[in-house]
Write a protein that binds this ligand. Sequence first.
Ligand code: CMC
Length: 426
Amino acid sequence: MSEVAKLMIDGKEFELPVVEGSQGEKAIDIRTLRQTTGYITFDPGFGSTGTCKSSITYMDGEKGILRYRGIPIEQLAEQSTFVETAFLLITGQLPTNDELTRTSVYLNDFSLLHENMKAFYQNYPSKAHPMGILSAMINAMRSFYPELIDLEEEMNKTYLRLISKIRTMAAMAYRISMGERVVYPRPDLCYCANFLNMMFDNAVIPYRMDDDIVKALNVFWILHADHEQNCSTTAVRVVGSGKVNIYSAISAGISALWGPLHGGANQAVINMLDAIHKKGLSVEQCIKKAKDKDDPFRLMGFGHRVYKTYDPRAKIMKKMCDLVLSKVKQDDPLLDIARKLEEKELEDSYFKDKNLYPNVDFYSGIVLRAMGIPTNMFTVMFAIGRLPGWIAQWKEDVADPEMKISRPRQVYTGAQLTDYIPIHKR
Ligand code: CMC
């Protein structure tokens, strides 16, 4: 007999079925709770709530495990490419040679932007944050590429169109914001090299492609490609559950990612390290501030809702940091501060007791800086990486017969029935 959970309310017993995942994770199925008991559950931030069944990403926050479609993140970071990992996430399988070639051909075919879209960039204020622009541009794709035919082959092209164009959009936003000419994608370059070339190629000093930097960018994007039901992915699923088109759902994900507690943390980490450097603060002062309950300051790049040990992505990112800095022959004073901060944080009982460890964003800003990516583009870099995950999760959601429009309940705490008072009597 399958397992059931028993719930006692006012001396009455209710049985609720238990759902079990492929790694033994268990959930109490409360879908009938309200109808049978009149009660709802209360879980702000969804820390104890499963919102879907998913076969894409597996995480164990206590053991520091992350796997895409069963494959450990460490193996993918070492041996795969971002495009291959994107294929894996979206289709569920690693591609054959033919499939990978076909994917690359489509990525090349779709890499240019509609010329009218370029006009958008020119009309944004020069200080506009590229995340806001990116979110608007992705939403606008629905109008420029309306042919969303519900056939598998056509939808696969839509996914690749998104993955290809987001990279062109991001590089274009940067070039226009710098007042520089736009560099178009080149069919002879792979996905990551193409992005670097669009960002940095220059008529005076042509961009010198370096295999290690291309590798580091592949790794950066692989590490960010999916992370199960995080804030932005939940936004994609929730918005998508209203059966809106995929572009609008992804655009919602980009907006959610922008926040400093989520994808915006990579920019916030650099701002924090920079402030420590410029103000000449000591690492100890910083730790003291982070522990002070009356001070809103938090150590950016530390802590995670799921990981209660070292984020496995942060370990890989730390190695990438050394590789990229040695390659560009740069000493970054912020790296020294980061290392000291990490060392002190890890030995401090406050952080130990709360299981606060460095997360992926702690070292990723330093890697991106060394590649020459400007700070306000960091979260855009995260968004490009997360796109295959959002697509895979959206695809899984719309195909799931159990999924319904997202519509949580609430515990109302407002006024009792109150009569309207006309303005002259108030
Ligand atoms: N610095 C100082 N204290 C912290 C920090 C931090 N970075 N993170 C959590 N805490 C404390 C927090 O004050 C709370 O203390 P208490 O129990 O005394 O009230 C306790 O730890 C639990 O924190 P929480 O905010 O309830 O935990 P959460 O799971 O809701 O938040 C988090 C997770 C990532 C938002 C949070 O750790 C944080 O704000 N970190 C800094 C921002 C950051 O680096 N974000 C990137 C996350 S990784 C990228 C991604 O996947 O999005």
